[in-house]
Design a protein around this ligand. Sequence first.
Ligand code: NAI
Ligand code: BLA
Length: 291
Amino acid sequence: MFGVVVVGIGIAGSVRIRDLLSPLQSTPSESLKLQSFVSRRDLGQYNGVKQISLEEALKSNEIDAAFICTENQNHEPSIRRFLEAGKHVLVEYPVALSAQTAHELWQLAEQKGKVLHVEHIELLTGEFNQLKKEVDGKELVEGVLHFTGGALDEQRFGFQSFSGIARITWLVDLFGNLTVTSASKEENEEEKYSKLTAHFTTADNRPLTWIEERAPGMKREKKIKFTFKCGVLDTLPPAPRAALGPPFMQDQNLFAQKLLGQVPEEELAAEKMRILHCIELAERIKKCCQQ
Ligand SMILES: NC(=O)C1=CN([C@@H]2O[C@H](COP(=O)(O)OP(=O)(O)OC[C@H]3O[C@@H](n4cnc5c(N)ncnc54)[C@H](O)[C@@H]3O)[C@@H](O)[C@H]2O)C=CC1
Ligand SMILES: C=CC1=C(C)/C(=C/c2[nH]c(/C=C3N=C(/C=C4\NC(=O)C(C)=C4C=C)C(C)=C\3CCC(=O)O)c(CCC(=O)O)c2C)NC1=O
């Protein structure tokens, strides 16, 4: 059994608590035991789980792993403290807000011999599984991924290429490693409107464009237009419910498998490479926009 503490009780943190309290039967999640949670707010208890302070969590012998579900700005200091305290870490994406920090955090995890797991539920949805099947084996000519969503505060969630890392991850998982060719950002501070446009090329020199548009009240939605040699894909295929349960639950199982030593080294290495590659693209986009 691995004792777990959840840190940060927002949308993601409350789903984590729910899922930890009701693991799917006969899945690796059954080896996780939710012990307590940490919050800046004084909640006392939440769904029967007790609140403790961050210091108590770091010192506690009954806690083996922390789920970091706070805003992006807080990921780095939290991951560092839990790894330093000898705990395994699961963090909601993005792992960090700079490429250098991400590298340092992995180094620290390896030095401490602990698991550093980054949630990427965007790869675990029925929608994405279906899309991946459709794209598989087709030859890309060019593509666009356009995301819209509500405003996110950059102070708390970081530059848009980092908070939007899930879109970069989609493109990399579908089309392989990418190169950023240019990027720009439009903003209207009064209306809290922002639009990021990034251009990439694939290893075969095919162009891909990512647009991330955010404003208060804007509907959370993804649109695609992928042109292949054999035709155009311009709607996300209808998504069957994922057979393995909701995305956060699948992610929790993956983390438990890592703790149990059930994930092959090559898989861990490939995942780490993908995450670091995506963070490096995010960093490159940020630099282009700030030039
Ligand atoms: N909501 C979702 O569906 C998904 C969220 N994520 C990631 O999950 C993380 C959290 O996002 P949401 O839950 O949507 O945001 P949110 O704003 O609902 O929750 C963040 C929570 O963390 C708390 N918090 C911040 N700093 C803290 C600290 N130092 N100590 C304790 N608590 C602290 C805040 O008070 C807030 O309750 C982000 O990294 C986001 O990118 C990732 C995938 C999906
Ligand atoms: C309803 C309001 C709502 C909010 C405020 C919300 C926030 C939210 N959803 C995210 C991702 C995500 N959120 C979800 C799914 C969900 N997330 C949920 O809160 C719910 C209810 C679902 C259920 C379907 C998924 C699958 C991702 C990964 C990125 C993606 O594919 O869109 C992220 C991480 C940053 C990002 O990729 O944009 C945030 C902050 N999601 C929402 O749906």
